[in-house]
Design a protein around this ligand. Structure first.
Ligand SMILES: Nc1ncnc2c1ncn2[C@@H]1O[C@H](COP(=O)(O)OP(=O)(O)OP(=O)(O)O)[C@@H](O)[C@H]1O
Length: 268
């Protein structure tokens, strides 16, 4: 479904250019959850931005990104808008960056569905309620009428997930979706995201610095360092037989006593 080949991104200054991604290549098959794991600054977010073509304006991208065989860097404005509206959804770290603080949640969801799918407002309102139920929200009417500042971070991230799955996108990009939440809420939101993905059969590219979290939800993991994928494997393989020194370092730096979750590639 997603093929990335030899992706390089350089940030250009007046006289110099700094290369940030140095020939990144990996695949995500239909229905798979694939992790992109690495420390801060390794280039994970830039890889996601390249897929959505939202790289900084002073950047230069080479290589190929194919979504179902279509080269996203060759798309003109209208097909690109359609791709962002219908095919690829993004869940970012901070829901406040996505939700307009002066609009109730209802407007965010309804306008999103109206704009992206052309759903009439009345249908979009009903669907918004269903989506909130799907992400585990009970007090649907209260949440729909609330403004972002009236809801907790975990609740807001559920709303963002509801918006992201509304159009049943082919590909979900999740960029540290639980990092800004407290630990208990992190687990809840991650479980909801994982459930929604499975229920809808969506493909996911999941960016995180947390190898354990990636292992819990991903079928395969790409380990990234300094703009390069240094190792790819299923979670059990990275745990039992890490090949690259950086993967070993990530394994060794996990909190003591933390057992590797039975998830991802280890699921029955
Ligand atoms: N607009 C920009 N201009 C210049 N450099 C940038 C820009 N955006 C990102 N970078 C640099 O590109 C590199 C990769 O950044 P990126 O955000 O992709 O890393 P990351 O792995 O997602 O880290 P984090 O988890 O902190 O977001 C970093 O060195 C960062 O400083």
């Amino acid at each position: 479904m997603l093929t990335i080949r030899d992706l390089t991104v350089s940030i250009t200054g007046r006289r110099t250019a700094v290369e940030i991604l140095h020939g990144v290549s990996f695949d995500v098959e239909k229905g798979e959850a694939v992790g992109l794991v690495g420390e801060s600054g390794s280039g994970k977010s830039m890889t996601l931005r390249s897929i959505l073509r939202t790289e900084p304006s002073n950047s230069r991208t080479t290589g190929q990104i194919l979504l179902d065989g279509i080269d996203v860097h060759a798309l003109r404005a209208e097909p690109l808008r359609r791709m962002r509206a219908n095919d690829v959804s993004m869940i970012a770290q901070n829901p406040h960056a996505v939700l307009n603080p002066v609009l109730p949640i209802e407007r965010y969801l309804i306008e999103g569905m109206h704009d992206a799918q052309g759903l009439p407002v009345r249908d979009a309102r009903r669907r918004a309620g269903e989506l909130l139920e799907q992400v585990g929200i009970d007090a649907v009417d209260r949440v729909l009428r609330s403004y972002p500042h009236q809801l907790s971070g975990g609740m807001l991230q559920r709303v963002v997930i509801a918006g992201a799955i509304a159009g049943k996108p082919k590909l979900m990009l999740a960029d540290e979706p639980t990092t800004a939440l407290d630990v208990t809420t992190q687990a809840e939101v991650m479980a909801i995201l994982d459930d929604c993905r499975r229920d809808l059969g969506m493909t996911m590219l999941f960016v995180t610095h947390d190898l354990d979290l990636a292992a819990a939800v991903c079928d395969r993991i790409n380990v990234m360092k300094d703009g390069v994928i240094v190792e790819t494997g299923v979670p059990a393989q990275l745990r039992d037989d890490p090949q690259h020194p950086y993967t070993k370092l990530l394994m060794d730096s996990r909190p003591a006593g933390l057992s590797w979750p039975a998830g991802g590639g280890e699921r029955a």
